[in-house]
Design a binder for this molecule. Structure first.
Ligand code: TPP
Ligand code: MG
Length: 388
């Protein structure tokens, strides 16, 4: 019999909370009233933070940012399953999840103002800095998970990335590594249908993103990413599996990026209004609110009070960040945090930048002298007094 079928497992899909706010009671995880309210509070905070940050960005108060708007159930639902000992490894669109992990509004705005002090505040936590190179965090996560296993530590790692990242090598390498070594890692993919202007369909011929797990011998599951309960259930199961030493899971949370890719993007040139309207009907916040109201857990009065609280919190956080900006912070701080001991070529760059910031010096013949010293550093230049 030279030709036979190799049987692989089927990929599960999970949905518990429908867009009209009704739930499948057989699948519903028992969660306390307090947790449900807390989840809604984080989801609303995340949404309002996105809306306010967009205004600040348009006013020139902060730099470019990537809104999480529309992905609140995926982010808050998954992050709420984490314990302090677990490692949180985000990309650039995870404000909702990061808030659950203790990110302060001040630090969020500091990051968006370009201050490295925000990332530095992560020291001592189990949260890593935001990864901008798409998919790179999947490789870090494999390393973190390997560390957890080698050190026989409790907990697991969770890494966040998008549909676009599943076409990057780092995603495949990370997943393979975690599969081969049975590492405690949850790969949390937010399939928000777009990677800037590349649609999910253009991204891959794969029927689901979850099935990519099969090739690496890890569990893959697709969930309705706008369904708080499905996300929570799948993440909880994946984390428990990881903690039991049974290896990694790939979760594909199917959701939608309702806003711009970043504030430098205009989605009207590549996607239709109709598509956006269709997804608004599946909005994660609306559906969760409808459920909570039906259950008598939430009402308009509570929400009005929460809206007020959130408004104040965001305003206060922004003002604290502004205060920091106006306090003459060290503009060279970002040189300090990449290496424990700053290498000579970086020290050179730092000194050069310091002199340039002082406005007294200009670079002359930067690429001609002495040659680079590795790590992509420019060749050592020559400093000269400026004419003015
Ligand atoms: C390695 C790399 N290539 C390209 C970019 C530019 N870029 C930033 S975000 C992005 C799309 C990412 O899409 P996806 O993974 O779906 O995440 P989403 O932005 O939708 O959250 C690209 C191409 C980058 N940051 N890093
Ligand atoms: Mg995407």
């Amino acid at each position: 019999m030279p030709r036979a079928k190799i049987s692989l497992y089927d990929v599960e899909s999970l949905s518990i909370l429908a867009p009209d706010g009704t739930v499948d009671k057989n699948l519903l995880l028992k969660l306390s009233r307090e947790i449900l309210i807390q989840a809604f509070e984080y989801m609303l905070l995340s949404r309002r933070l996105d809306e306010q940050a967009l205004r600040y960005q348009r006013q020139g108060r902060i730099g470019t940012f990537a809104p999480a708007l529309g992905q609140e159930a995926a982010q808050v639902g998954s992050a709420l399953c984490l314990k302090g000992e677990d490692w949180f490894i985000p990309s650039f669109r995870e404000a909702g999840a990061a808030l659950v992990r203790g990110l302060s509004i001040k630090n969020y705005f500091l990051y968006l103002m370009g201050f490295e002090d925000s990332n530095y505040s992560l020291k001592g936590t189990h949260n890593t800095a935001i990864a901008i190179p798409v998919g790179s965090q999947c490789a870090y996560a494999a390393g973190v998970a390997w560390g957890i296993k080698l050190d026989k530590k409790k907990g697991a790692a969770i890494v966040y990335f998008g549909d676009g990242a599943t076409s990057e090598g780092d995603f495949h390498e990370g997943l393979n590594f975690c599969g081969a070594l049975k590492l405690p890692c949850v790969f949390f993919c937010q399939n928000n249908q777009w990677a800037i202007s590349t649609s999910r369909k253009q991204q891959t011929a794969s029927q689901t993103l979850a099935q990519k797990a099969l090739a690496y011998g890890v569990v893959g599951i697709q969930v309705d990413g706008n369904d708080f309960f499905a996300v929570t259930q799948a993440t909880q199961e994946a984390l428990e599996r990881a903690r039991r030493g049974e290896g990694a899971t790939l979760i594909e949370a199917v959701t939608y990026r309702q806003s711009v890719h970043t504030t430098a993007d205009d989605p009207t040139v590549y996607r239709s209004k109709e598509e956006e309207e269709e997804w608004k009907k599946k909005d994660p916040l609306l559906r969760f609110r409808t459920y909570l109201q039906k259950e008598g857990i939430w009402d308009t009065k509570k929400e009005e009070a929460l809206e007020e609280k959130i408004k104040e919190k965001i305003k206060k956080g922004y003002e604290e960040a502004e205060l920091f900006r106006n306090s003459n912070p060290d503009p060279l701080a970002f040189f300090n945090y990449v290496y424990e001991a700053i290498p000579p070529y970086l020290q050179w760059q730092k000194d050069l930048a310091a002199k340039n910031i002082e406005g007294r010096n200009v670079i002359k013949g930067a690429s001609e002298k002495k040659g680079g010293s590795g790590g992509g550093a420019a060749a050592v230049g020559e400093l000269e007094e400026a004419e003015d």
